[in-house]
Design a protein around this ligand. Structure first.
Ligand code: KIV
Length: 289
């Protein structure tokens, strides 16, 4: 098979829609590229375990991100900074095992790629070989372009992440909106073009003004994935614990809560405790003789 005679799977990639289309194989970077060409928008959710990932996969979510947001949303840290490669490999492998169709993208955590392109390659290979993910994500625009180039040359699909980059929380002094003002907007555009030029197949735009995200989306050939970036990006990503109402306390302005799982689970746990204390559980139908 060569470039002039596409395989049946490649032909399907050119025509199948993300929703209601591809069902017998995993979503690929080609599917996402053709979705941009035909203007089909798509959703991405984070997942950190097989069970939750399986639910989102069955619901048809085309791309799942094993985000290092696991640090503050799943593992009990305050930020994403402490997350290790071993933790990413373990969670990513679980998400791959729990899914059949979604493309699984895994974050390279803080400290696993910033030293050199060679370090990025070493750790991206771990995520692909040990966990079986289909792509990796890393933060940074121009500053990460050399690493993206090396990974892509080596056959690793890379999703870039610019705008607010949470691994830099201590340098940024929090999680401020990025790209406000002419100079910052130009820098963001340069970052977006640099990661596209380096070969990234998509780019996350986090916490940037909607008008700027729309401009980036229009100027790039690769899909943009927005989070706090307005309605005009090609795709939208949410952290699953935020969108499902599992997060305790305040969630960021850009989050829409589609469920209230924290209340549902809390209520269930209180009812269970009451039943046990009152002696109504286990009932005869839950009992062996
Ligand atoms: O780690 C993560 O979940 C992310 C998303 C917020 C894009 O990077």
């Amino acid at each position: 098979m060569n470039a002039s005679s596409p395989s049946p799977a490649q032909n399907q990639a050119a025509t199948a829609t993300l929703y209601g289309g591809v069902t017998n194989r995993r979503v690929t970077v080609r599917d996402l590229a053709t979705a941009k060409q035909r203007g089909e928008k798509w959703s991405m959710l984070t997942a950190y375990d097989a069970l939750t990932a399986g639910v989102f996969d069955e619901a048809g979510t085309p791309v799942l991100l094993v985000g290092d947001s696991a640090g503050n949303c799943h593992l009990g840290y305050e930020t994403t900074v402490p997350v290790t490669m071993d933790q990413m490999v373990m969670m990513s492998a679980a998400v791959v095992r729990g899914t059949k169709r979604a493309m699984i993208v895994a974050d390279l955590p803080f400290g696993s790629y910033q030293e050199s392109p060679a370090q990025a390659m070493h750790n991206a290979a771990r995520l692909m070989k040990e966990a079986g993910v289909g792509a990796v994500k890393l933060e940074g625009g121009e500053r990460s372009a050399r690493s993206i180039e090396l990974l892509v040359e080596a056959g690793v699909p890379v999703m870039a992440h610019i705008g607010l980059t949470p691994q830099s929380v201590h340098a940024l002094g929090g999680y401020p909106v990025q790209g406000r003002g002419d100079e910052a907007a130009h820098r963001l555009l340069r970052d977006a073009k640099a990661v596209q030029q380096a070969g990234a197949f998509a780019v996350v735009l986090e916490a940037v003004p909607a008008e700027l995200a729309a401009q980036v989306t229009e100027q790039l050939a690769i899909p943009t994935v927005g989070i706090g970036a307005g309605a005009d990006t090609d795709a939208q990503v949410l952290v699953w614990t935020d969108f499902a109402g599992m997060t305790a306390g305040r969630v960021p302005k850009f989050v829409k809560q589609y469920a209230d799982l924290r209340s549902v689970l809390g209520r269930a746990a209180r009812e269970f405790a009451e039943d046990v204390r009152g002696g109504s559980f286990p009932a005869p139908e839950h009992t062996f003789h």
